[in-house]
Write a protein that binds this ligand. Sequence first.
Ligand code: DAS
Length: 322
Amino acid sequence: MRRVHLLATGGTIASRRTADGLSAAVPAAGLLAAAGAPEGVDVTAGDLTTIASFALTLPDVRRLVADVRARLTAGVDGVVVTHGTDTMEESAFLADLVHDDDRPVVFTGAQRPFDAPSPDGPGNLAAALRVAASPLARGLGVLLCFDGLAFAARGVRKVDTLRSAAFAAPGRGPLLRLAEGSVLPLARPVRPAALPLDLDAELPRVDVVPCYLGADDALLHAAVAAGAAGVVLEALGAGNVPPAIAAATGDLVARGIPVLVCSRVPAGPVAPLYAGGGAALARAGARFAGDLGPWQARLLLAAALAVDPGDPQRVLTDRLGP
Ligand code: DAS
């Protein structure tokens, strides 16, 4: 018998329709009763919280990651986390950054509420439990299982607001596929070493600054004024920014505030290609984040600053390359 622990946090999968709108209410035991435990898997269940993921805070997510770790220490074969889809890619990524264990941790959720006429949550949860119990998921780190596919946490993104196929990993693809009750392996990427992050300590503030046609540097300076220890630019195209933002980036880097460059385009890497754009950012000392999305890059930079405040570039180089 394999043993899997289900840790519920809320989200649409646990939501019912109310006069005020969808509201998370169903505890882990109710979710499990609707999904059913896969054959040969003994599932225990507990609740961390029962809220929408857009209301979660970083301390909530640190507590979630610590709870997952405690469950693994207690000796289960895998952990499933039910979570709202809005920030699932962030929580799963933070969990993956520190995950130092071969046993799988599998996030899942739903696009339709628990009390919908045809909810997708029970099927997603049953699949996630199957993946968490599968030897094929060992060594893959933290996974996000949705609509019949399991993705690595790193690189996964919510790509549709309402459809059942809510997630994709642009340019990377899924690692596992669920087919008629079995788990099929598709890919096995190399995982970087886990970061020694202290989950009891607050993460340094890192803000994401969006770039758009005609944007000035006001939001960049506002982030610094609010106490940002690092900034992620959600840049244009392959990593370009309007001139005012390129100029201000140099000032930030000179003040010891690292700047990480991502793209607002969902697929493909950023590169220092264009004079006045990405090339100017690179010359100013900004760091390019490959194909990592801005919200996952924000957590990576915060973790890098927490692990090595004097030299966050060391952690970034380990994760993003030189
Ligand atoms: N989008 C909703 C969900 O999928 C809300 C949330 O993220 O909690 O759960």
